[in-house]
Design a protein around this ligand. Structure first.
Ligand code: HEM
Length: 578
């Protein structure tokens, strides 16, 4: 109180200098020459601790000419009350925000991991359109079809980068790269790969042809089914090694390390976490143990030991023209030499003298690592889905084979068609089949965002830094979008397009919005190469007639289980009829 009075005194003194008449005041006391203040001090001390009372008691009996001072005090009091009231309103509004948080629904673990689609759909139907659900020790908000577009397309409020980095256990890369990790990846794929698809297909198609022959031979010789995932994983790892570092760097050791690295990162990002009871029950302990083991065993002792020296040599043994200063003619000249991706990335980080610093070389190595993971694992898993579905739905094979003979550029001595990127683009029957498999394979929580602040969504408020996922199955099987036959498998619905790599509101296998997968054209092209190389000389069949879905909550990244029999085709007429 004394503190308030003294401040008040200073204020009044500065605003209202002494006047002779104020000496006539009735009040005496602490500050005899400043009567108003003295009155205020006395009354305030004895009656009240609030400035409003202080003002009334401070008014002198003859106050006509001192009204401005009283006015200032009234204003001060009103201001003080306003602040107090605002605090109260804020508290109330916080309570109502808590009330407006979406309902938190308990989905039993058993249902969540074995029938996720039904469990989440039922919960949304009952409590939607947005619900909170605890999974693997963290709270996620799930939205229905109506809110999906808003969540995926509004990057300002729902951040792709923070959501994806957190769910993949890669959150530390955001501050490490000053927020540029995903942007760098995007530039690398969108600039270094997609414009060069023609050249890349010519470089990697022989790998697909050879690996398909190996698979068919193995199945023929053993009379048994092959492990399709293992074969395709090796095939795509080899193709991506050619793309990333050039054909001259492909050998058994480098290929093995590339495969192991892709697998290690897949494990570290939690792709197989749903299928391990230990990882589901003790997610933090699982993370620590897995990361320490794999960073040590694979990333440091294999990737850094074997692949990083190659990147070091490629980037530091020559000069590069910085990407932003390259004309399109100069880029074409590089391409004539089948420039590997690592050269393109090096040009993203070259200084004005054309050198890539040691620190930048380490960052280039990190981006190559991310490229290996992004391009190998998921494409392999989805390729297995498409081949298994085709083996189950044999009636589609003749039309795809026929199309192959129409679009192929030429046929080699083994009866295998040569396929250019353009030929693969023209294979629209196969493309429709792929798109329909992508739509119906049962994606659930396949894309994620994180809220950048408290965000009103529907009738609720989603708190800042929350993870939020659309339930993709609702969109993919939406009657509003696909009509009555939404749940039926029918590739003919895509006969007139769009292509399987085209994203849209009703089609989310590659995400949606600004961050939709930049590698989707490469992914679909690779899947087409695998299927056509197999169909050229064999007919696929699943051993036992069926496959098993390994992780219904993560079908895009965890491949279905089963073994593939490949029956070689001997005659031309067989090719048409089988
Ligand atoms: C069938 C295989 C693939 C599937 C199903 C797939 C799916 C996805 C999805 C769902 C996203 C997130 C999009 C979003 O949240 O809106 C994504 C992002 C991404 N994908 Fe793919 N992807 C595949 C293959 C590839 C390949 C082959 C590459 C590299 C060449 C690649 C590179 C990336 C990158 C770099 C991102 C991060 C987004 C960005 O930087 O713009 N993906 N992918």
């Amino acid at each position: 109180m004394i503190y308030q009075q003294i401040n008040l005194a200073q204020f009044i003194e500065s605003e209202y200098p002494r006047r002779p008449e104020s000496m006539e005041s009735l009040v005496t006391g602490l500050l005899p020459h400043r009567p108003i203040l003295a009155a205020a001090a006395n009354h305030c001390a004895s009656y009240s601790k609030t400035p409003s009372l202080l003002i009334f008691h401070a008014l002198p009996a003859r106050s006509g000419h001192r009204l401005p001072i009283a006015g200032a005090l009234v204003l001060f009091a009103v201001f003080f009350l306003f602040i107090r009231q605002r605090r109260r309103w804020k508290r109330l509004s916080n309570n109502s925000q808590a009330y407006r948080c979406p309902p938190i629904i308990d989905i039993p673990e058993e249902e969540m991991f074995t029938h996720p689609q039904e469990a989440y759909e039922l919960a949304l139907l009952k409590h939607g359109p947005v619900i909170g659900v605890q999974r693997k020790g963290r709270l996620e908000y799930i939205v229905d079809e109506e809110l999906t577009k808003e969540v995926l397309a509004n990057d300002h409020d729902f951040s792709f980068e923070h959501g994806t980095a957190r769910i993949l256990n890669l959150w530390f890369l955001i501050p490490l790269s000053k927020g540029r990790f995903f942007k760098n990846l995007h530039t690398m794929v969108a600039g270094g790969i997609i414009p060069r698809m023609d050249k890349l297909v010519d470089q990697i198609f022989p790998t697909f042809k050879n690996r398909a022959k190996e698979m068919i031979d193995e199945s023929q010789l053993s009379g048994k089914g092959v492990d399709l995932f293992a074969h395709v994983h090796r095939c795509i790892a080899e193709a991506m090694l050619i793309v990333a570092l050039g054909k001259h760097n492909v050998n058994d050791l480098n290929l093995q390390v590339t495969e192991e690295t892709a697998h290690a990162i897949a494990v570290m990002t939690g792709i197989y976490q749903n299928t391990s009871p230990f990882a589901r029950t003790y997610p933090t302990l699982w993370k620590v143990v897995t990361w320490v083991r794999l960073v040590w065993e694979v990333i440091i002792f294999k990737y850094f030991w074997v692949i990083v020296p190659i990147i070091w040599k490629e980037t530091r043994s020559r000069k590069y023209r910085p990407l932003h200063t390259c004309t399109s003619d100069e880029l074409e000249e590089e391409e004539r030499h089948d420039e590997p991706l690592v050269h393109y990335i090096a040009r993203m980080y070259t200084d004005d003298q054309g050198h890539v610093s040691i620190l930048s070389t380490l960052w280039v190595s990190t981006l190559v690592l991310a490229f290996i993971f992004a391009s190998v694992h998921q494409t392999t898993a989805v390729a297995v889905w498409v081949v298994f579905e085709l083996s189950k739905r044999k009636e589609y094979i003749p039309a795809i084979r026929e199309e192959l003979s129409v679009v192929a550029d030429s046929i080699d001595n083994n009866g295998i068609q040569r396929l250019s990127y353009e030929a693969l683009r023209r294979s629209t029957t196969l493309d429709s089949f792929i798109r329909e498999v992508f739509r119906t394979k049962g994606d659930t929580l396949s894309v994620i965002r994180a809220t950048t602040h408290d965000i009103p969504l529907g009738e609720h408020i989603i708190p800042k830094d929350s993870l939020i996922c659309p339930l993709t199955s609702l969109t993919h099987r939406s009657r509003r979008i696909y009509g009555k036959g939404a749940t039926e498998f029918d590739p003919r619905r895509w006969a007139e397009g769009p292509a399987s790599s085209t994203v849209g509101q009703g089609y989310l296998p590659f995400g949606f919005g600004r961050w939709a997968c930049p590698g989707r054209i490469l992914a679909v092209t690779e899947i087409k190469m695998i299927i056509l190389a197999l169909l050229a000389t064999s007919t696929p069949e699943i051993e036992g007639g069926k496959y098993t879905v390994a992780d219904p909550l993560n079908v895009t990244s965890v491949p279905p289980l089963g073994r593939l029999l490949l029956r070689q085709i001997k005659s031309k007429s067989e090719l048409v009829h089988r």
